[in-house]
Design a protein around this ligand. Sequence first.
Ligand code: NAD
Length: 264
Amino acid sequence: MLHNGIEMPVLGLGVYQAGAQTKEAVLTALQAGYRHIDTAAFYGNEKEVGEAVRESGIPREEIFITTKLWNSMQREDRQQEAIEQSLEQLDLGYIDLYFIHWPVPGKFRQTWRIIERAYEEKQIKAIGVSNFLQHHLEELSVTANIAPMVNQFECHPYCARKELRDFCKQQEIVCEAWSPLGRGALLEDTCVCQIAREHQKTPAQILLRWDIQNGIVTIPKSVHKERILENMQLFDFTLTNEQMQQLEQLDRNEMHGDPDHFDF
Ligand code: NAD
């Protein structure tokens, strides 16, 4: 439940680099029971996501679509244009959750104002930020009228971001993990594999269950049917406190994208 009362499914399908397989992957996921898809203008596949949703036959309001405003559109007052482009590409009437993709320095506060306006005009049902660290959230709060409902950032046991998660929780901002599988790297970790054997689950399921038990929304990416199905079998087992601790101890602050040193 987001702080504006909107409900967001805790599991979604990520479609970064899904390319020509996007539409098929989204259709497969929707047929399997996923009700949340994470795309972005930058991924170049909003159109395919929209097509899959329309062709699925599932009522629009049962599906939660998130997309993001790309960095180059935070310049030269192009934010409203970016929102309109995403609405047009998706062609689903509205966006469930719209993110600022990265905290472009000197720009994101103004971008947020424009996103707030689109929210007030009901083009967007919920608004959030992505890749914001605590200092970005604090800077945003000085001028924001509406606090972000979600922060989507890189999060997995190798990059656990416990302090950021705790700060978001205090602020009633829901945490969402990108690269929840560490883009595959964590699937061979000895500790993850050991816990997987203990539950007769796969390493991917252990990593995604770690998110769920931490109250983190998770959006694993796959275009393969068997993995899309595997990644949703998360609700028939529970990690023990000890296993949760073991996973937390794997943290080594290993990032694929550092918000403080991003090439904007
Ligand atoms: P991920 O951690 O979801 O890993 C994806 C990789 O793991 C793929 O190579 C996939 O084939 C493989 N995989 C998936 N399920 C598997 C399984 N069950 N067994 C074995 N391998 C499996 O990485 P990601 O794609 O970087 O992140 C997920 C989503 O997060 C993206 O698709 C995108 O929607 C979002 N994202 C957002 C940002 C951002 O800046 N906001 C950045 C990166 C990703």
